[in-house]
Design a protein around this ligand. Structure first.
Ligand SMILES: Cc1ncc(COP(=O)(O)O)c(C=O)c1O
Length: 427
């Protein structure tokens, strides 16, 4: 496989950017080898600088649900660009996107656009603290909420632990009010609220955990998260940066029929351009500046390019009945092919899918409960499998802890390419 140009670009890039990249997982540290430099995306395919073509299952880390370069999104951006990229003022487009998103998420009344998922979460945490007048935030072990200082924490071995900063540069003071508990664990929630009945501002969840493998909530647990937060006057924050508009029109809140107090969004609502959003009730949002004292701002927030990309994406999602296609056609096809594959591979596979998000974790004899159950054997095996898949023209996110994404442009042909790649691997 010729990766000469990617390799040259990587060496060049390392002169300027730390590890040659602008976001860490892109450096291929978990799988080794040369990160691919891509030049073009069309539908379900990516082409790299050497002209190799791949079926893309990363889909810009879940931001693209219509595949690459959807004509309506491209046209919308092109038309807008000619009229100016940003005015630093409100525009009709931000009104239109706000109204469209809120019409699809009727459990929220107000929205504030920001520029990334990280920013959305940062704002949500500040808002929860500002609205409740409390400090402590509960976070789930293994959940990723962007590079928000107070959430860059790892837990200890107890049921409930105070976070230790998991990144250098984050002070212990910044994380001292972050409490870590395991996912799907009622006792831990009870313990925290019993210890700090009047101090918890919010519980933040990736309702479906999709950043350390793919883990679904037990139904009674996720409903219990709602009950217990309400009982103690804490806010329930659903981080739907991945799940929003991906696991169906109502995201995880709709999927599990739980109404959170605050929701954070990103990825799909920007249609491939940088957007995030915080949604909440009228009352909670009244705390945000300039009406309230929780400060939040952004030079490029709500800029018309991102707004039009989001609008065109969401409109096409509904017009093209993408959820039906994924839920009734291509999702079940993938399930069926993986079940057949499992009978014929030399290695065991754990497979999980929710809507258009799926996870393939090799060398797992039984379903893991969390990322702690992923062994070094799996991590090692994945490196070989990963590079084999590349040679077969299949691009996954470069880490076994990352999930994969379907789009409206993945058909049986692209799924068959994945299955062939998985089937033909010999460790
Ligand atoms: C659940 C979740 N929250 C927040 C973020 C951060 O979003 P961004 O990378 O746009 O800052 C991510 C990114 O992957 C995410 O998966």
């Amino acid at each position: 496989m010729n990766l000469e140009k990617s390799s040259q670009l990587y060496n060049e890039s390392k002169k300027y950017a730390p590890a040659g990249v602008h976001s860490p997982v892109r450096a291929f540290k978990s799988v080794g080898g040369t990160p691919l430099f891509f030049e073009k995306g069309q539908d379900a395919y990516l082409s790299d600088a050497d002209g190799n073509k791949y079926v893309d299952y990363c889909m810009s880390w879940g931001a693209l649900i219509l595949g690459h370069a959807h004509p309506s999104v491209v046209q919308g951006i092109q038309n807008q660009v000619a009229n100016g990229t940003h005015f630093g003022t409100p525009t009709a487009l931000d009104v239109e996107l706000a109204s469209l998103i809120l019409s699809k998420l009727p459990f929220y009344q107000k929205i504030r656009f920001v520029n990334s998922g990280t920013e959305a979460v940062m704002t949500a945490v500040r808002l929860a603290r500002g609205a409740t007048g409390r400090n402590k935030i509960i976070k789930i072990d293994g959940a990723y909420h962007g590079h928000v200082d107070s959430l860059l924490v790892s837990g200890g071995s107890g049921l409930m632990t105070f976070g230790q900063a998991s990144s250098k540069g984050v002070t212990q003071g910044t994380v001292q009010d972050t409490i870590i508990i395991p996912y799907n664990n009622k006792e831990a929630l009870l313990e925290v609220f019993a210890l700090y009945p009047n101090e918890i501002a919010g519980l933040i969840l990736e309702p479906i955990m999709a950043n350390s493998g793919l883990f679904v909530p037990e139904k009674d647990w996720i409903h219990y998260c709602r009950e217990i937060t309400k009982k103690y006057g804490a806010l329930l924050i659903f981080d739907e940066v991945i799940t929003g508009f991906r696991v169906g029109a109502f995201g995880a809140a709709g999927y599990y029929d739980v109404v959170p107090d605050i929701g954070t969004y990103g990825k799909i609502i920007g249609g491939g351009l940088p957007v995030g959003a915080v949604c909440a009730s009228e009352e909670i949002m009244s705390y945000i500046a300039p009406n309230g004292g929780v400060y939040q701002a952004g030079t490029l927030s709500g800029n018309p390019l991102c707004m039009i990309a989001g609008l065109k994406t969401l409109n096409a999602l509904f017009e093209e009945k993408v959820y039906d296609y994924i839920d009734k056609k291509i999702g079940p096809y993938l399930d069926q092919k993986i079940q057949e594959l499992k009978l014929s591979t030399d290695y065991p596979i754990h497979y999980q899918r929710v809507g258009s998000v799926f996870w393939i974790c090799p060398m797992m004899d039984k379903a893991p409960n969390s990322y702690h159950d992923i062994s070094s054997k799996t991590v090692e095996f994945f490196k070989g499998l990963y590079h084999h898949l590349l040679t077969k023209g299949v691009y996954f996110s470069p880490s076994v802890y990352e999930v994969s994404f379907l789009s409206s442009k993945h058909t049986e042909k692209e799924i068959d390419a994945l299955i062939d790649g998985l089937k033909s691997y010999k460790a």
